[in-house]
Design a protein. Sequence first.
Lengths: 661, 328
Amino acid sequence: MPRIGVFVCWCGSNIGGVIDCPKLAADAGELPGVVLSTEYKYMCSEPGQNSIIQAIRDHRLDRVVVASCSPRLHEETFRKTLARAGLNPYLFEMANIREHCTWVHNKEPEKAQVKSLALVSRAVAKANLLEPLFPSSIPMTKRCLVIGGGIAGIQAALDVADAGHEVILVEKEPTIGGNMVKLDKTFPTLDCSACISTPKMVSVSTHPNITLYTYSEVAGVDGYIGNFEVTIRRKASYVDHSECTGCGDCQTKCPTKVPSEFNLGLSTRKAIYIPFPQAVPNKPVIDAANCRYFTTGKCKVCQKICTTEAIDYEQQDTVITEKVGAIVVATGYQLFDWAAAYGEYGYGRYPDVVTGMHFERLVNAAGPTGGKIQRPSDQSEPKTVVFIKCVGSRDPAKGKEYCSRACCMYTAKHAHQVLEKIPGANVYIFYIDVRTPGKGYEEFYQRTISDGAVYVRGRVSKIYQMGDKLVVRGSDTLLGRPVEVEADMVVLASAMVSSSGIQDVARMVSVQVDKDGWLQEAHPKLRPVETHTGGVFVAGSCQGPKDIPDTVAQASAAAAKVCGLLSREELATDPMISTVNQAICTGCGLCVPACPYQAVELKTITERIPGHAPRERTVADVNSGLCQGCGACNVACRPGAMQVKGFTNDELVAEVDAICL
Amino acid sequence: MKTVVDNLRREAARLLAGDEVKMVIGYAAGTDAARTTPCFATTPEQAALLTWGPLCANNLVKYLLDYRFEDTRLAVVVKGCDSRAVNRLLQDLQFPRQRLVVLGVPCGGQLDRASILSEIPPGARLQDIEDTGEDLVLVTDKGRLSFPKDRFLMDKCYRCETNMPVVADFLAGEPVPSPAREGFEHTAEVDGMEALDIADKSSFWDNEFSRCLRCTACRNACPACSCKECVFEQAVPGWQQSGIIGSKVNSLPENAVFHLIRMFHVTGRCVDCGECERVCPVGIPLRLLYRKVLKDARILYGAGTPGMSTETVSPLSEFRPDDPEEFM
């Protein structure tokens, strides 16, 4: 017979101000299995916890029920209390009579009294069936994989590496740096983006704990927290980077010119190229799709010019595997394809309608124009520039429902830069709202207004070309009248969307993607860098739109979580995971596809039955390192062979019976 | 019909003689004129006992489960409706395809034993069965008994979805016309049940379930019920129960709970072969219950009758990361 102790918490007036806690404790004392039922003002406080420990000793309690707040808040607290009293911490059940009862029913205390007793009865019914659970341990590989070499990935990699752990940084482009290194100046302090990001890129390449794989992609992730096995495909660069000195002669002599991805097509690059002068690694790759040798079979100019004989046309993609204990996903964002969605802005037909990222390259001293703001069509200096915000953001009809967060500020910065660099320029900014929540952000916005930027509240309904001008037609919803501006250039603050490969990465690391395509964090407030898959963390804008300060902060947060994980020798696994009763498992395998964490697989067992020869049979098997205890396999299993420990069918049915019967 | 029987016997004898299979599961003449009995032929001589006709209602696929953990190769005779159960067992990994030879028979409809029994004189012995197109004629030593097909076939035959096997290694005869009739729309009877108001529906089923003997014949005949140990039989003795509250799972649930849980357990697995209803000794309209979930699965998930192919996944057995989760 279990000996259950019930401890009712007043939570000050949160619970005690609505229901009669002594009466609840007295009523709970009548429930089957309960040998002690008492109440206290704050059960979670030190005297409260000590009273539980004392009661366990005095009354020989072997199950404890605390009726208080949400288990999210204090389940862990009370489990530790039980452990201190020498009881298995899983012989504990919590009844949430605060969030589920007194907070929501504070106007009807009589009904709240009845409901709180029902909730306690449920917990007692389950407590009767609780069994001690024991965590097992899995070894920890003290290495970390970072996917994506933008500022988030760089920051996370550096922080983890500085803590003394090995880091593998994988970047699909030929250089790290991501979107940030393309930017000119960064709001609100206007420090040069390259000046603050390129030193970090160099730190990555020179850090003794970081292995950098650029021009590489993660092709597969196997294993589980502490023991991931990652397959990385290194694309052939056709340049032996161990021989190459990065002199750049090949790039100079290469006869093929193609639009530069780094400059968003505003300039050209060669078929053998280093994306930009400060690239890390500062070694070229050959773009085989455009290389004259690869397309026609003749040329080999780069090979002839190379003094170190680093060019190797025979190079193949290579696949390597790395073992890591933790993974940080930092795949970043790309810009919304506005041209496909916004016909009224010309579907991308007008060369002088550009995105904010194009503008960054145009205004960048290291950019194709040397920092001179020029129209892409005729290289003339625009006198009137229109900025349109929320292109694709906050527009569920054409784009995304969410706010892209950084656009208000970078548009203010762009406006400031136009007014600063072009004397007498006119700047119009069409906006829905101006959002400036950040340190120094509002001040920067006010400064742009005082610079002379004209903010017009309203959407732009049409842009069309008239002569060499772009006519921007919109409305001023504050004045309630239509507005028409003849502009030389239009800059669209297009929405941030997650990188195109995010679905593949998400599938490989078993992280959910939310409705907008961002990676799903484990909890929006309390577990912002964790995911529901153990050992996988998110950093930067792959989790949602972010500006640079937030991205760096989140990357360091993810790194802190990784360091916490890697500092352990082995990992205790949550014992509340699925378990298979192989005696009744039919081996139908329905649990295998039902598992979102690839934790269930089929295996063959040899069964001995008295009077029969041993026979082989297929049954399900749960990997305790991968299982997160979600219970999806449990509901898929019709014989009831799959059970989640701590949430067994018997326990759940007993709870339902206690509440409903 | 005679050529089908000849073909079947010849093929069965060949399989057994060549040791290609250890056993052929088929039908043999029954103890009275209105039925056949399952036959487990293990020698070429026994293959001569095999028969086929409109009195072969049993779904023999269920017997495969008795041999699922052995390593012998088996052959089984299937009609169109039974063949869906073969696909389902293959999908549920309950029988390996390489250990199975499927002998398909073309089915023109099965006589409803309950209806014809009253027309057959006691002690009559079956000599032959003739198919005139409109009627099925049982030739017995006590005379010729003619049964018009539009009145005496099993209800499921009038709603037949496929009278030719959807999976077969050997086909014992040419295709024959389907017994499906107009006016027996796939969901018509379910619509009628759904139209009842809640109280009437409840009393209708309470009344039906009140007759249930819990003999579990429905479960034992059901090819969808492939569990090694049924949830209803996982009773935990008192000394093993960790608590003092005996939960519903541990105790014998009420009849309604038994049937409703079974209904959900066969969703996506029930191939609508109608064996449950045929074997029920108290005549509970179990097919109606399972056809209701078939209809729901069809409407909610666009799911066809399970077992029509091995490619389709049962809606309640599928996990998709992009599931819209409209119900949440």
